[in-house]
Design a protein around this ligand. Structure first.
Ligand code: ARG
Length: 458
């Protein structure tokens, strides 16, 4: 490794601690592939513009190919003295091919280089996260399909409200993820913007061709202002906002899985391979995966707040502050990928205890609304009055420990003389869910239709 590139202006060398403190190679080496990709495209463009010779380009390309192989073989020792991934690679290149290596940086600054690297990196990661999101959606769909008519209690305030189908509940999760996919696809458009050519902040005096660079790197847009180009980190904030929303959704799924697998609910069994035991209590089977994912939502929210605060009040254009963008972004990517992988593996393997969910739906007077609707529809009662009548019947059920469907016709007629035998059709759980038969309703045939639409979408 050669001496620090900027040393000519200085009369003393950098303080050893400051050197370490200001370096980013400890974490930005993660972007080595994108840094090389960006450099190759830049060198090709410079050659096309007559700034580098064909020989120089081929030396640069050959050198970078060698460096890439060395990095991937684990043979490169990163140097704190070279501060970051950009200078590390440039210094390796110069070591290999001499003076031509130094020409690579013509018409470019680390300011537009780093922004380009992050965009390329994030685009690559988005292209891995999208299929993983869809894999989780597939897993949810397969569970929804298996349990499309399984009856469970639906809750509001975590109190039994009305019966729903398990498939319908799963399709609610599916909808949340559908919005996450849309958000990520939309975010990708703004990530996929070429900012190279902004140079340090004002552009460059060389006759560069940004269209060429954009084409070579697969960028769909070209930034229109060099000051904005080097200092914009909106795309990282947007990605992290997508991630925070996704993690919020996963934390909601997690919470339900934790509750449902408890001895008090017993709605589901999580496969053993996604759980762990206790070191002291031999009976324990803890739902670690959903708990951990629920917990990890916190760090992603934190990263979103870090990035927003990082950018707050920053004057144009590049400031060293921006070096702090990488660790929150990288950890967000890692957390999202890990959480999605765990969930995509686990969800289709969930076992639903159908008798338990059925019994639970029966216990909480979940068809009380159906009885009230029956009195309105079949007996011409005003809803407010039927609400009152059913309230009395429920109070009786609480006292005598029986569900509405278990009461005799005489008992029910004691609350409203008009009630007839056909009331039992609406008091059953099956009747209750089947009656909510419209787009977005919980009826099993609506769930089936929703699953079919979702399959066609994926
Ligand atoms: N390591 C720096 C970063 O991550 C690269 C850009 C440095 N530019 C500069 N003018 N110091 O932001």
């Amino acid at each position: 490794n050669q001496e620090k590139l900027s040393s000519a202006r200085f009369s003393e060398s950098t303080d050893a601690f400051v050197e370490e403190f200001t370096a980013s190679i400890q974490f930005d080496h993660r972007m080595y592939r994108q840094d090389i990709e960006g450099s190759v495209a830049h060198a090709k463009m410079l050659t096309e513009a007559g700034i580098l010779s064909a020989q120089e380009l081929s030396d640069i390309e050959a050198g970078l190919v060698k460096i890439l192989a060395k990095i991937e073989a684990g043979e490169v020792q990163w140097s704190i003295k070279q501060e970051d991934i950009h200078m590390n690679i440039e210094s390796l290149l110069t070591g290999l091919i001499g003076i031509t290596g130094k020409k690579l940086h013509t018409g470019r600054s680390r300011n537009d280089q780093v922004a380009t690297d992050i965009r390329l990196y994030l685009r690559d990661e988005i292209d891995m996260i999208l299929p993983e999101l869809k894999r989780l959606q597939q897993g949810i769909l397969s569970l929804a399909e298996r349990e499309f008519d399984t009856i469970m209690p639906g809750f509001t305030h975590l109190q039994t409200a009305q019966p729903v189908t398990f498939g319908h509940h799963m399709m609610a999760w599916f909808e949340m993820l559908k919005r996450d996919v849309e958000r990520l696809q939309d975010c990708r458009k703004r990530v996929n913007t070429l900012v190279l050519g902004s140079a340090a902040l004002a552009g460059t005096t060389y006759p560069i061709n940004r269209e060429t660079t954009a084409r070579l790197l697969g960028f769909e847009r070209i930034s229109e202002n060099s000051l904005d180009g080097v200092s914009d980190r909106d795309f990282a904030i947007e990605f992290t906002a997508f991630a925070a929303t996704l993690m919020m959704h996963l934390s909601r799924f997690s919470e339900e899985l934790v509750l449902w697998s408890s001895a008090q609910f017993q709605f589901i069994d999580l496969p053993d391979r996604f759980c762990t035991g206790s070191s002291i209590m031999p009976q324990k089977k803890n739902p670690d995966v959903p708990e951990l994912v629920r917990g990890k939502s916190g760090r992603v929210y934190g990263h979103l707040m870090s990035l927003l605060t990082l950018m707050k009040s920053q004057p144009l254009a590049y400031n060293k502050d921006n070096q702090e963008d990488k660790e929150p972004l990288f950890d967000t990517v890692d957390t999202v990928k890990g959480s999605l992988r765990a969930f995509a593996d686990m969800v289709p393997a969930i076992i639903v205890k159908r008798e338990n969910t059925y019994e639970a739906a029966k216990r909480g007077f979940s068809t009380a609304t159906d009885l009230a609707d029956y009195l309105v529809r079949n007996k011409g009662m005003a809803f407010r009055d039927s609400h009152e009548v059913v309230g009395l019947a429920v109070a009786h059920g609480v006292k005598t420990k029986q569900d509405l469907s278990e009461m005799s016709l005489e008992t029910l007629q004691g609350f409203c003389a008009d009630i007839t035998e056909d009331v039992y059709e609406v008091l059953t759980l099956e009747g209750s869910v089947a009656a909510r038969n419209h787009l977005g309703g919980t009826a099993p045939n609506q769930v089936k239709a929703a699953i079919e639409r979702a399959k066609a979408d994926l």
